[in-house]
Design a protein around this ligand. Structure first.
Ligand SMILES: Nc1nc2c(ncn2[C@@H]2O[C@H](COP(=O)(O)OP(=O)(O)OP(=O)(O)O)[C@@H](O)[C@H]2O)c(=O)[nH]1
Ligand SMILES: [Mg+2]
Length: 405
């Protein structure tokens, strides 16, 4: 059983650039337009997070089974979902309502796209840059996300309250029913505790109890990171700072449009650009005027000001920081760093911080977990016990009594 895939959801007010962010990360062409409610059906695709690949340090050349590697930078796949936009009041049916948010039930972490240039009104209609307040927008939309999450939790709590009296372990039952929201049992246990509901029967939870349980659960199970988008519009700069003051560390300046243009120009061989980089190299001799102009603006307003388009950065911060994941490389031959077939560093597993060597063994193959003897740190040859906590970048061989086939 490979590690569960990490799912990143894109949320935000309508017409702020969610689909542009999605398209720039996946290069899947989707409908993008400057009007509210362009997206209705969710867009689902694969994006990649970067890590330094151990291949350089180990003096080998990797053959990734999934994702790819460019000059020692490993690109590891995650699932990305872009859904319909929200407006204030979506939870009570305004705009498209918030039932479209149900497409995000499986998300492990959310990227909240905010129009940092303030060039859309609360309903997503285009407006003068600077005429609307992104901090206000972010607060209103996060409230909608909170209301959506609590409405789903409330439905589940109400459903199980009916038969919970006979359940042996009500928290287990709650966790099972919440698993569709991609909520792990550990989160349920800690949210029950944090909300002070340990001694209260689920069937007698008040409305306020459900609300506070839900808010805590959302924070743990679907952390939110803000992509302060459209920073190519200079007026966005001061707003990025204000968003940081209000929402703290998880605010990233982003220009989805700039990233989209850079990847498009790279696909057309006008430039050489590795996603996430602070610069690109012109390689084409006949670049159309429109691209030349756009690249000049990107140089001045985005790369020169922020050091990157921020798109890769916000995705990686979502997965590695907000969701607290790290990457390990399981191998079968710890001297050659290969699998069974001689593929070098074939797998890059995204796992939760705190995962142990034995838990990794289970992810590779349940038999390997059951018959685990010890693991080997392939870098040093050191033996590791079952409770060894994996570190970012570890290259690990699992030794077990059952041969894994
Ligand atoms: N200047 C600028 N415009 C952007 C950026 N990202 C998106 N846009 C523009 O914003 C408009 C809306 O983009 P979409 O990606 O369709 O927005 P959305 O949030 O998916 O909208 P809905 O699906 O309708 O909710 C388009 O005109 C985009 O070109 C950006 O980084 N900078
Ligand atoms: Mg869209």
């Amino acid at each position: 059983m490979p590690p569960p895939e990490r799912v990143v959801g894109v949320v935000g007010k309508t017409n702020v650039g969610k689909s542009t962010l999605f398209a720039s990360l996946t290069m899947i062409s989707v409908e993008i337009s400057n009007r509210p409610f362009t997206t209705i059906k969710p867009n689902i695709g694969v994006a990649h997070v970067r890590k330094k690949c151990p291949e350089i340090e180990l003096g080998v050349k990797c053959n990734p089974r999934t994702g790819f590697c460019i000059s020692g930078t490993r690109f590891i796949p995650v699932k990305l979902i872009d859904v319909a936009g929200l407006v204030p009041g979506s939870s009570s049916g305004r705009g498209l309502g918030n039932k479209f948010m149900d497409d995000l039930r499986q998300a492990d972490v959310l990227i909240h796209v905010v129009d940092a240039s303030g060039s859309t009104d609360p309903n997503g209609n285009p407006a003068q840059p600077g005429s609307h307040d992104p901090v206000e927008e972010a607060k209103l939309i996060q409230n909608e996300v909170e209301l959506w999450f609590s409405s789903v939790v409330r439905r589940i709590v109400e459903k199980i309250s009916r038969y919970i009296l006979t359940a042996k372990d009500p928290v287990e039952l709650l966790a099972q029913n919440l698993s569709g929201l991609s909520v792990r049992k550990a989160y349920v246990v800690s949210a029950v505790k944090e909300a002070g509901l340990e001694d209260k029967k689920v069937s007698s939870w008040s409305k306020e109890d459900v609300e506070s349980f839900s808010r805590i659960l959302r924070r743990h199970s679907k952390p939110i990171i803000i992509a302060a988008n459209k920073v190519d519009i200079p007026i966005a700069r001061a707003n990025v700072e204000r968003l940081k003051e209000e929402f703290g560390e998880y605010v990233y300046p982003v220009s989805s449009l700039a990233e989209y243009i850079l990847r498009e120009a790279s696909g057309r061989k006008y430039i050489e650009y590795t996603p996430g980089d602070s610069s690109y190299r012109v390689i084409g001799s006949s670049i159309p005027e429109a691209f030349k102009k756009a690249l000049k603006l990107i140089d001045e307003n985005v790369l020169g000001t922020y050091g990157s388009t921020g798109v890769q950065q916000v995705l990686e911060a979502a997965v590695f920081n907000a969701l607290s994941q790290l990457v390990v490389y399981p191998v079968e031959d710890h001297r050659k760093f290969t699998d069974h077939y001689g593929n070098v560093l074939p797998d890059a597993y995204i796992v939760s911080r705190g995962t142990t060597a034995r838990e990794l063994a289970y992810m590779i193959h349940s038999e390997l977990g059951e018959t685990f003897l010890y693991a080997i740190n392939a870098r040093s040859g050191e033996r590791l016990g079952e409770s060894y906590v994996l570190r970012d970048g570890d290259v690990i061989k699992v030794v077990a009594t059952a041969a894994h086939s």
